[in-house]
Each structure stands twice: as C-alpha cells, then as structure tokens.
Design a protein around this ligand. Structure first.
Ligand code: IVH
Length: 694
C-alpha cells in the first residue's frame, strides 16, 4: 500500500508530467461530474472537487499548449442525461468562480477594476446573494407565459423539465405585469431542510431511495419522468439571474431583482446591495445565519450590480468576470471512530465506511463517513478507537479529514482490510495499480447478484426474452433464483410463476419457452455472459476462438489461475489478451464458488464450440516468432499468420505448434528444441505461408 504523495507544485512539473496529470484530472473530474449531475450522487466534497479544478486550471495556465479538447475547463457539468428531451439555452448557463478568503475576494475585485480601467480605490456596487445549494434551471417566458423550463445540463443544453417545473408554486405560469416578449429567467430549485427530512422519512418508510442531502433530493425530485411525482415533492425556487431577453429589462442587477419580485417570483430576502468594502461583514453575517436558515447555503454570490459593466466584463472560460462565489469553509467536528464496516456495491467494490459516535456537524447528525478505499485508510492512518476530524463540505457524504493523533488511545487498532467479501465469502482481490478491492464472487454474491443476472440474461449474452431487471429483481427477492443455473430450473416452477402478481398462464408459458430456447449457447456468448471483469464481447470471442471448446477453456483457465503456470503464460500471450485480462480470468477461476456455478450451469445447458478461423492453412495453430526477421517486419509476419488462421503468441510452451526463427534467435529457440516443438527458418516460413523467400 503506497500512500498518495501530496501534489507536486505546478512550477516543478515537467511538460510530460503536466500532460499526464491533465489527462488524469480530465478523467477524474468527468467521473465526478457524471456522478453529480447524472446520478445526483457526488463522489467527493465540493472542496476536493474545486481543488482538482483549480489544479487543472493552474497546470493549463503554465502549459497552455497542453489544454485538452476534453479539458474540464472547456466543459460545464455533464451532458444532458437520457429520458428527457433536450433544450438548447438561448444564452449559455454558466458557472461561477470560487474564493474562500477575504484576500482571494480582494483579488477578484482587483481584476474587475483592472479590466474596467477603474482606479485601485474605486468603490464597486455589488449585490450579495446567499448561494443556495440546489440546482439551477432556466425558465423561458414568451409574451408573459411560461413556455419552457430546463435544467442546466452541460451549460449549453439542458433537460426539458417544463412539465415538472409547472408544478412548483413558486414558478408563475404567467408573469404579472409588463415584460419583454421573450425572456429567460434563471434561478435555483431547492428543498428546505425540513422538507428534505420529511421526504427521507417517507422514502425510508416506503423502502425507497434515501437522498444524501437536500440538493440531491431537489435534483432527484425535479428530474422525474412523471411530473405527478415532482408535484408531490415540496420544491421551492428563488430567481436570481437573467439569460436571453428581447429587450433591456433593467440597468442594474438590483433593479432586475426588483422586477423579478414584481413578476411574481421569490427573490431571496437576504440579498442585499452593498459596496465592496461591506462584503466581508456581509459574509460574516451570512456565515452566522447559515445554520438557522430553512435551506442549505454554501456561500455568498457577489455580483457587480451595474448590468452595463457586467456586459463589458463578460466571461473568462466558463466563469463570468462580474460575479464570484465566496464559499463558506467546510464544517468540521471531532468524534470517535468506533468501527470500520465494509459495504459491497453492485459492482463488487468493497468500500470501507467509518462508523462514528454520532456528532452534530453544522446542524446535521453524522454517524458515518466514507473512507473510500484501502489506501485512504493507510494514508490517513485511521485506526479503530481514534478520534477523527470529520467534515461536511456543504452537503456531500461526510469525509474524514485527519486523525487527531494527540487523542489516539494506546490500544487503537489498525484496520486489516478484508480479503474476503463480507457479504458472500468469496475472495476479494485488488488488481495491481487499482485502488479498489473487488469481490470475485459476482455470480453468487447477493450484493451483486441482480446486476450480474441482468447481464447474464441480456441480449449479447443469453438473450432471454422476459428476463429483464424487474423480473430478475423480483424473482431474486422471492428466492426463485439465486444464481444463473437457477434460471434453467425455472421451468419446473411454471405454475408458481403463473400465480404471481402481474403474471398469468400465458406469460409464464412464454418465459419458460424463452428459457428453453436458450439451453444451447455458443462458447463466446457464454463466456461473455459470466460478466467477468474486463471480458467484453470482443475478448470473449477471442477466448472462444482460441480455446474452441468449453471443457478446454475451463481446464486451461483453471490451470491459468496458478501464477507462473504455463497455462497462465499462454493465456497472457494471446494476442489481445495480455496480463491484466489474464489476471481477471485467473481471479475468477481461483474462486471455488465460481467454478461451482460453471458446473451447475454446464449440467443445465449445452455450450457449443466456436469454430476456429476456418479454411486457413494454419487454422488453429499456435505460432511464435523469435529473433530478428530480415525479409519482413514482425507485424507483417504476424498479420500473415493470423490471416491463415494461426494464433500468434510470445511464449514458447507445449501448446506452441510452430516457432519461426529469425537471426540470433536465443532462449525461445532453445526452449522449442527442449520441448520438441517444430521450428522453421525464416525462408521456410516464407514458403509455408506463401510469401516469396528472400
Ligand atoms: S448566478 C453566471 N446566483 O451556483 C452566473 N448562482 O456555482 C450564474 N447559485 O449554477 C449563477 N445561488 O446553481 C447565481 N444567487 C445565485 C446563486 C447561484 C446559487 C448556484 C447556481 C450556479 C452555481 C454556480
């Protein structure tokens, strides 16, 4: 377990290091964005997220030539998710830069003054507005009537949630009083803390999803395909920004807010017009008021009040130059870590969760905190019995900042990360270079079973009509199926199925027929159906072609689960397989429960062999090239061999049929002779493979 080193100063990075880090940051931030925007389930705190965006920006500032086309600095949020029609915003919905201190705030003011050519000491009129922690939406009014409402989406295009937004009492269907023919009004949809707690209580009662925080609850409630569900949730709305408008609406932002009020919107009553030197006191006042507010805020947004100045200032990348979010510091508290429990996710990842003595952090009772993974526990040296500093950054799942070492009891226990899945008892493995440890018993692990069974029955796998997620979940919950082999025993329970809610004789008979139709399956589909990590359709096909037959494949895989075995080397040297996939297969076969699943399946179904590339002169032969070839490149030689149906590998083993010896062939030539494998000179190979000898 190697601890993650602290980030290197940007100034110390070489160009190559900067390039690699930008690639990593782009991927990481994209994953965080997807979790946040598409699943309403943030993976990291706002502070951690912001830190990564800032680092990305700092590296890009030093190496502008390395800015990636997919850089987070060029993107806003996540693309609109499926399910809703898309709406293109008439004016993009942008984001806000962040500051965390008075000095950073002063730098923002300095930039504004320099940009506008104002003297250093010029006073600036600002609007200070609490930064509501909800989700922003854009409302289009045409001739005073609400015609469209959209989420922010990627900033350019959002989801059409018009019907849902119409159910909010705080969103007027018609603007009261004169208004431009066309106007985009923007603001925040949010849920109060009390409504959030009540919703979660009701959700828990009904066995439904629990939301992590009011922001997620608001997003989840708004993004419902059925507007009736949104109507049943208590959502509110504060208006605070302008998009497109067919005519000028005001000369200042404060005057615009007044018009919003006159049109029938709620404008946050705490918003205040200030001069820049009053901002720090306003910030302090809001920090103090925060816990007592009915809704979550995570900072204050300061906007230049003069709209003409706003227009002149414009945007720098994704952020306006005329506004800034001054965020509150994260809320922290100390408490005792009483235990670490392991949760197993739907994909088999083991996640350690700290169990804490419940403590009040900024008005929320916190009893658990995520520890992410094994390395995180080691890096922070978290031990059971420790006092830890925990942080709720605004809203997301609480994080452990650090251990309070001064309070470590002498008997604090280091945590031994389990190597066995706590849910099903299968081996949990951690591939080199990965942070996550995973349960290998996917097919039988209750934490993963439904997901795996859905994959097993899906179109590219067994393709069993009628066995979709809903049916599988219900059958699994009621004990009709526990593993894949049980699917083929369902026909014995036809009557029982027919008697179930929502089923009948006909549908049960259809299901039984669909299952019967899939009792024969080609090896490649079968391998794919097992859902072994990294074994997609292409790799499954490669394996099926290479090994041909189920029993051969199974025997070889079991042999390959021994590290250093010949079967393992042979597997890893198949073109397109490599050591990483070989390891996944080996892990799968090392688990006896998985082998039991294969045996159970094999007794229910017929797995048909896959033809090797037929017709070629070398069909099915395993060929190794070694030494320096003089009449052709390695790539050419390999391509010709494969065209003739051979498989080209790197290692000479008993399974090798032919070794082609180039100049100065060494160890592999010797090994071939030892094993009695046939060898060919380059010229002999040329004549055998139909090329012209040199
Ligand atoms: S103004 C171009 N005002 O903060 C300026 N945003 O981090 C656009 N937010 O997406 C935003 N309260 O969801 C503005 N009073 C307020 C806000 C506010 C909350 C959110 C909004 C935006 C995010 C930017």
């Amino acid at each position: 377990m190697t601890p993650t080193p602290p980030p290197r100063p940007v100034d110390a990075l070489s160009e190559a290091e900067a390039k690699a880090e930008l690639a990593r940051l782009a991927a990481e931030i994209a994953a965080f964005d997807r979790a946040y925007y598409e699943h309403d389930a943030p993976l990291v705190t706002d502070a951690e997220y912001d830190a990564r965006r800032r680092r990305n920006a700092a590296i890009e500032a030093r190496f502008p030539q390395l800015v990636r086309p997919d850089s987070p600095s060029r993107r806003l949020g996540a693309p609109a998710a499926g399910g809703f029609a898309k709406i293109r915003h008439l004016q993009p919905m942008l984001s806000l830069g962040n500051v965390f201190s008075a000095s950073e705030f002063a730098e923002f003011l300095g930039r504004v003054r320099r940009f506008l050519g104002l003297p250093e000491a010029a006073s600036l009129a600002l609007m200070g507005e609490p930064k509501i922690d909800g989700l922003s939406v854009s409302l289009t009014y045409e001739n005073g009537a609400l015609t469209r409402g959209a989420t922010r989406g990627d900033g350019l295009e959002g989801e059409d949630v018009t019907a849902n937004l119409r159910t909010l009492a705080a969103i007027p269907a018609r603007l009261a009083g004169p208004a431009p023919d066309l106007i985009e009004i923007r603001g925040e949809v949010f849920m109060t803390k009390a409504d959030f707690l009540a919703l979660n209580a009701a959700q828990e009662e009904a066995g439904q999803k629990i939301f992590a925080n009011p922001r997620n609850a608001a997003a989840g409630s708004l993004r419902q395909l059925d507007a009736k569900i949104t109507a049943g949730r208590k959502l509110s709305f504060f208006a605070y920004a302008l998009g497109e408008a067919s005519e000028a609406v005001a000369a200042s932002h404060s005057a615009y807010l007044a018009r919003l009020g006159a049109w029938g919107f709620l404008v946050n009553p705490l918003s205040r017009r200030l001069t820049d030197d009053e901002a720090p006191a306003f910030q302090a006042e809001m920090t103090e008021k925060r816990a007592g507010l009915a809704y979550d805020i995570d900072g204050v947004v300061y906007k230049i009040d003069d709209l003409a100045w706003q227009r002149r200032l414009g945007f720098a990348g994704r952020d306006p130059r005329w506004a800034i979010a001054w965020k509150f510091p994260a809320e922290q508290a100390e408490t005792e870590l009483v235990d670490i429990r392991i949760q197993v996710g739907r994909t088999g990842v083991l996640t350690p969760v700290a169990q804490l003595t419940p403590v009040n952090v900024g008005g929320v009772l916190v009893a658990r905190a995520s520890l992410h993974n094994e390395d995180e526990i080691a890096r922070k040296d978290v031990r059971i019995g420790d006092t830890v500093l925990i942080q709720r950054a605004g809203d997301v799942i609480p994080q452990i900042v650090r251990v309070v070492l001064a309070k470590r009891p002498p008997d604090a226990q280091p945590f031994k990360f389990p190597e066995i899945c706590p849910v099903c008892g299968s081996h949990a493995v951690r591939p080199p270079g990965e942070a996550a440890r995973r349960c290998t018993g996917g097919l039988i692990c209750p934490a993963q079973a439904v997901e795996r069974l859905v994959h097993f029955c899906a179109r590219p796998a067994f393709d069993i009509e009628g066995m979709g997620e809903k049916t599988i979940s219900a059958f699994y919950a009621d004990g009709l199926i526990a593993g894949p082999a049980d699917i083929f025993r369902l026909p014995e329970r036809e009557a029982e199925i027919a008697a179930r809610d929502g089923w009948g004789k006909v549908s049960a008979r259809n299901l039984v027929a669909a299952i019967a139709a899939r009792r024969r399956i080609p090896l490649d589909r079968f391998i794919y159906a097992l859902g072994i990590r990294r074994i997609g359709e292409t790799t499954a096909r490669l394996l099926a072609r290479h090994y041909g037959d189920f029993s051969v494949w199974r025997r070889e895989m079991e042999a390959a689960s021994v590290i250093g075995s010949e079967a393992r080397l042979a597997l890893g040297s198949i073109d397109g397989i490599g050591p990483i996939i070989a390891e996944e297969l080996a892990d799968f076969f090392a688990e006896p429960r998985n082998r039991a699943v294969l045996d159970a399946l094999a007794s229910e179904i017929t797995i048909t062999p896959v033809e090797n590339v037929s017709g070629g002169a070398l069909a099915g032969k395993v060929v190794v090239f070694t030494g320096q070839l003089t009449t052709m490149t390695r790539a050419e030689a390999k391509a010709r061999a494969e065209a003739l149906g051979a498989k080209v590998t790197d290692t000479v083993s008993r399974r090798t049929d032919l070794v082609v010896l180039g100049e100065a062939a060494g160890a592999k030539a010797r090994r071939a002779r030892e094993l009695g494998v046939r060898t060919l000179s380059e010229a002999e190979w040329q004549s055998l493979s139909g090329g012209s000898a040199a």
